[in-house]
Write a new protein. Structure first.
Length: 56
């Protein structure tokens, strides 16, 4: 059985995360104490979480 190459199996999927207030959640990279941290931030209510699915 022929298999597809690893590169052909990867797809680019962009998901839009929505906060409970109705605003869009965007990921931001912040430099704190010499380290990079990714945080999710709602543009409408300025709520921040560690990852986008924490807004549920």
């Amino acid at each position: 059985m022929a298999q597809a190459s690893k590169n052909s199996r990867t797809t680019v999927a962009t998901q839009k995360f929505v906060c409970s207030c109705g605003g869009e959640v965007k990921m931001k990279t912040v430099l704190e104490n010499g380290r990079l941290h990714n945080i999710a931030r709602c543009e409408k209510c300025s709520r921040t979480e560690r990852r986008p699915r924490d807004f549920n």
